[in-house]
Design a protein around this ligand. Structure first.
Ligand code: F3S
Length: 279
């Protein structure tokens, strides 16, 4: 039996960086909290909580001198202001790729230069991006929504609009939207801001599942990108989603010569190691 672990299994660069920053602060034993859940993984949040780093939901729950860790999704300008006002010490773990989008909209937007963001308006990353824009902001999640915005705001097509996307926006929808913008808004400045970490993880999982008799996906059952990895792989071979090593006991590996393993974006390397060791 051969076990192959996908190179892209687990945390992406931005999440890994944020988790390491939070662990470092936890190790120092200082008064600290994360603003929102750092990642959707109870193993990590419990480990931080055990070491005194809890979760606050808004800057108003912080207090003077407390270190507040901003997660990889980033936050709007007003959240930084609120944290400064309460006297919190900011530990900014915003992913550098998200930070780059903040800088683009801050430097290029103005009262006369609106921003259009491709993404989910309810996603924290998009809420953070819109909170760094200087003038009007429009968010669209599909080519249809883009069309609606352009039809209802005809002046946008003449303006020097700035266009960015959420880092995890669909590459296909982005391509369609870009083509439309190039035709309708000739003064628009488009910035390609999609991050390919998620895409690369899915592509590698798919390739690995084609060469394997069985795939193990490690991650939370409520994590959408983990569930997506399972659906990508199960088209090619028998696939199981496990949260912890003990769940392996129910799986029959006897007929498998090639086993592939990957993990969702919020699965810590300690859990991946634990599962590999058990296998
Ligand atoms: Fe950053 Fe890309 Fe991960 S934007 S948080 S490296 S998915």
């Amino acid at each position: 039996m051969r076990i192959t672990l996908a190179k892209t299994a687990g945390f992406c660069f931005g999440v890994d960086r944020a988790v390491n920053m939070a662990y470092e602060i936890a190790d120092k034993g200082i008064d600290a909290a994360t603003l929102g859940q750092l990642i959707h993984n109870t193993y990590v949040t419990n480990r931080l909580a055990e070491r005194g780093v809890g979760i606050i939901d808004s800057p108003s729950q912080s207090h003077e001198g407390q270190t507040v860790i901003i997660r990889a999704h980033g936050v709007s300008e007003s959240v930084y202001d609120e944290l400064i006002n309460v006297g919190a010490v900011i530990c900014d773990a915003t992913c550098p790729f998200v930070k780059k989008i903040h800088n683009i909209v801050e430097e290029n937007s103005s009262e006369d230069i609106p921003v259009m963001v491709a993404g989910d308006p309810n996603h924290p990353e998009v809420m953070g991006i819109t909170g760094h824009c200087k003038g009007e902001v429009f968010v669209f999640n599909s080519a249809e929504e883009l069309q609606k915005i352009l039809s209802e705001n005809k002046e946008l097509c003449q303006k020097r609009t700035i266009i960015v996307s959420q880092t995890t926006f669909s590459q296909n929808i982005w391509k369609i939207c870009k083509e439309k913008i190039k035709i309708d808004c000739t003064n628009a400045k488009i910035f390609d801001t999609i991050c390919f970490a998620t895409r690369k993880r899915q592509d590698e999982a798919e390739e690995l599942s084609r060469k394997s008799n069985l795939m193990i996906i490690i991650g939370g059952r409520h994590s959408s990108n983990t569930v997506k990895l399972k659906s990508v792989c199960e088209k090619n071979c028998e696939t199981y989603l496990v949260e912890r090593a003990e769940e392996l006991k129910t799986i029959n590996f006897s007929q498998c010569a090639e086993i592939g393993v990957t993990a969702g974006a919020s699965t810590p390397s300690a859990i991946i190691k634990e599962v590999l060791l058990a296998m």
